[in-house]
Design a protein around this ligand. Sequence first.
Ligand code: PEP
Ligand code: MG
Length: 326
Amino acid sequence: AHQQAITTAANPAVTRDKTREIKVYANIGGISDTEEGLSLGAEGVGLFRTEFLYLERTTPPTEEEQIAVYQRIAQLLDHRPLIIRTLDVGGDKPIPYLDLPQESNPFLGWRGIRFCLDHPDILKTQLRAILKASLGHQIKIMFPMIATVQEIQAAKAILAQVRAELRQAGVLFDEKMEVGIMVEIPSAVILAEQLAAEVDFFSIGTNDLSQYVMAADRTHPLVASLVDAMHPAVLRMIQQTVQAAHKAGLWVGLCGELAANPLAAPILLGLGLDEVSLNPQGIPAFKQAIAQLTMAESEAIAASAMQQNSATDVREVVSAFLNRQL
Ligand code: PEP
Ligand code: MG
């Protein structure tokens, strides 16, 4: 059945003083999440985890299969942005037919862009599918797990090659498509200024950034309490990334689970993020939190959060403020 695009305009997340707006997008794994996100007020998709297209099969999805999914989601979004993240395998996301090796430290191993740059055939098929789906939509490409300037340059070189081949073949695509990276490895935060010169946008992945900043495996129960994106060490990394992005004239979003915590809303707003992307169920509460804040209050809360010693202290600072407000 050909479903209609959902066209009801989502209310933007605007601060109580009406001085600032933050875009609120959905994290999705496929078509059904897109529908759910739109029904819950998403203004776009900030992270399409394309791993899901590669799971529960015996071979990688073909170019045609991928085009069909990307176009379907783009149609549902009806000109709202769709940020497609290239395959992020490895770590906690194994895919049997890709024959990934057993690793003693999978989160420090062969995953994301590292794997894709070593398998240019898989990456090229995906990039070709994204480009072919792009015409007439607002699709953007995002590369995961970028740790170095060389990696984004290599990924962009492959993208340039695919684009040249399509032009040669007379295939039309969105020539202005934005290209961004996930900032989810501490080296990318430290190199944000250099990386900003290579891309159009950043999206901060606080799930991985937290585990890498704290050196604590995000799936390990005994160290799980260390992996907390509300820790001032992680918040300071977010702050540095936003500042570097804005200095270079880029927009910057955040697509980790931190955005699903309403206590984080004043901090993210106060730090100046332009966009957050979160699981669809979290969207209404996030928007409601933004509507109760002013920009000045949020900046003060963010500044105070940066000075705390622990995630617990950060939560207390924010809670105390929100309770005072009630
Ligand atoms: C992240 O690392 O914060 C992120 C959004 O990506 P994933 O959870 O898919 O690794
Ligand atoms: Mg990640």
